[in-house]
Design a protein around this ligand. Structure first.
Ligand code: AMP
Length: 370
């Protein structure tokens, strides 16, 4: 089966082609709609198709068996991936108020592909779907209930495809069925989120109504006192811009790339060291909270750019957690091993590379076989 996975953003189109579950080619078209760039998503798809043909990955998009689309927001309606038809397109459009930046761009990719190859089945895989199993006590905010009832204001959570993929992989490593394992998964990339997984299902996650909440990120603040944006607006600032683009690690030390922050901290830069400490402190805060919620935890899992590649962050996160049953093997951690727990660690500690595109391809195939 040849499955094309598309991640259609407002100014970029990421694509990856899978053949019989193996990635065979991928690429990215950037600067869509920007001056001097590609005109629109239709043109971006043409470029992607040509590149894949040149790579010998496919003869033309006509010959694809399916297309899997990453869709950021599925609201409360989509609790699993679905085959796309005009009704589903309408529902994704109705969710635009919840994801004004992302859903329109995702829809653009869907509509263009539908026009181009109307006979090829298309599937939407939602970033929010995995978290739809959260109980009310996790997803409701303590604000007037009308905001939830009338405007859908609640915790949705994101990165669901990634948390689900690494949960499955962690269960395999534990040698247990997914539906029996309790996990704390940490997706630490430019965007970052933590997830509490009970019996294979998401029961809480750190991102919220939007992907701004929770952990400290590259440029996003994560959790803050909700009065702070009110104060920013009073000062004439655009709180949305400050909190999404100028905060997080960048806000604290002027840099959002963890590699450089680590280098600067090692060279004695005080702001970088403090940024690292704030970053790690927040992660530990969530680990503690999720341990309290889950009771028994089988494994703590690190993934994404920082989670997979930063022994320093992993070590700082686990430091002092021995009384909670989390005992890191510092040598295995430094060596970049996949199981970095000490033999006496009650909770296993794993590093599992995430693969959202592969998970989208797998889910797309599963939907077609339903
Ligand atoms: P992602 O969004 O998953 O691509 O992750 C991006 C983040 O991972 C950036 O902050 C990078 O600096 C960080 N990263 C990638 N490689 C390393 C590394 N070897 N050590 C520390 N951070 C890394």
């Amino acid at each position: 089966m040849k499955i094309l996975v598309l991640n259609s953003g407002s100014s970029s189109l990421k694509y990856k082609l899978f053949s019989e579950g193996e990635a065979v080619a991928d690429g990215i078209v950037e600067h869509i709609g920007e001056e001097g760039g590609v005109k629109d998503h239709r043109e971006a798809l043409e470029i992607a198709e040509k590149a894949l043909i040149r790579a010998g990955a496919v003869e033309s998009f006509d010959r694809l068996d399916a297309v899997g689309h990453r869709v950021v927001h599925g609201g409360e309606r989509f609790i699993e991936p679905v085959r796309i038809d005009s009704e589903v397109i309408g529902a994704i459009r109705d969710l635009i108020p919840l994801a004004p930046l992302h859903n329109p761009a995702n829809l653009e990719g869907i509509e263009m592909m539908k026009k181009k190859v109307p006979h090829v089945p298309q599937v939407a895989v939602f970033d929010t779907a995995f978290h739809q199993t959260m109980p009310k006590r996790s997803y409701l905010y303590a604000i007037p209930l009308e905001f939830y009832e009338n405007y859908g204001v609640r915790r949705y959570g994101f990165h669901g495809t990634s948390h689900m993929y690494i949960a499955k992989k962690a269960a395999e490593r534990l040698g247990k069925p997914l539906k029996t394992v309790n996990l704390i998964t940490l997706h630490l990339g430019n965007g970052a989120s933590a997830c509490a997984i009970e019996k294979g299902q998401s029961v809480d996650t750190s991102m919220g109504f939007t992907p701004l909440a929770g952990l400290v990120m590259g440029t996003r603040s994560g959790d803050i006192d909700p009065e702070i944006p009110v104060m920013m607006e009073k000062k004439g600032l655009d709180a949305d811009t400050v909190l999404n683009k100028q905060s997080g690690l960048r806000g604290l030390c002027g840099e959002n790339d963890m590699r450089r922050i680590q280098e600067r901290a090692a060279a004695g830069d005080e702001k970088s060291r403090t940024a690292l400490e704030v970053y790690v402190h927040r992660i530990r805060h969530y680990i503690g909270a999720y341990m309290a919620q889950l009771g028994r935890v089988d494994a703590l899992v690190f993934t994404a750019g920082i989670g997979e590649h930063s022994p320093l962050v992993r070590q700082m996160v686990c430091r002092g957690l021995e009384p909670l049953g989390i005992v890191l093997d510092t040598k295995k951690n430094a060596d970049g091993r996949r199981d970095i727990s000490a033999p006496k660690s009650q909770i296993r500690i794993f590093v599992i590379p995430t693969d959202e595109e592969l998970e989208i391809a797998l889910q797309t195939e599963a939907v077609l076989k339903r």
